[in-house]
Ligand binder design. Sequence first.
Ligand code: OAD
Length: 240
Amino acid sequence: MPHVVVLTGAGISAESGISTFRDNNGLWASHRLEDVATPEAWERDPEGVLAFYNERRREVRRAQPNAAHEALARLERHNCRVSIVTQNIDDLHERAGSRDVLHLHGDIGKARSSVDPRLLYRLRGEETIEIGHMCDHNYQLRPHVVWFGEQVLLYDTACHIMADADWVLVIGTSLSVMPAAALLDEAPAHVTRMVIDPDAVALARGTDAIPMAGKASEIVPELVEHFIAHRVFEQPARGQ
Ligand code: OAD
């Protein structure tokens, strides 16, 4: 069964109302990442860091999956295996119905101990993390997200997933953060790569990826319908 690996970034959730990072009105235009997304920021100003991520969690809870998330979930039912490797900390892929989702940068719906990363807690309803909220070993809780300078989660697993790809779709990411962007190099050289993003042409320049410029909620459903209508995954993938 052909294996479609999808690398997603903030752009796929933009039309669900979740802020991207590097667009003109993105989060890094209104916040300095050094103030909210580093271990040093946590040392200096834990209240400020918690407030930033409590707001991200509220934004995610208000949001609903859009047509791009839904189309990727639909693709799983059509003769292929779909693995989603996402840089996003939202759960919109899961809420749309995707079953195989790996979060490289964490999950805003979880808290973890600031001392023992294995102590993870699912946050419910409107729950926030505040100073004084402790883990079972009595250490302060922090968001289960990766900060700059910290190790990305499950990177080796993500490399194995990429190495097994027959098709790679890159959706809504500026590919400016390592090591996530380097994952693309792990896919076998012969696989078909497509980049779906308003900036797809620039992002694909100098690579053999096919640029599909536009919004994820428009392009991804069209692409999935094309794959299904033309039974693309009932034929051997290129290179097989
Ligand atoms: P960026 O904000 O860097 O890039 C968002 C991408 O989405 C850009 O290429 C936009 O052109 C594209 N985009 C915007 N609207 C879109 C739409 N409607 N449909 C499709 N694409 C659209 O976000 P990421 O690449 O995800 O990490 O950023 C990677 C990491 O940098 C994040 O996970 C976060 C951030 O700092 C951490 O916090 C560790």
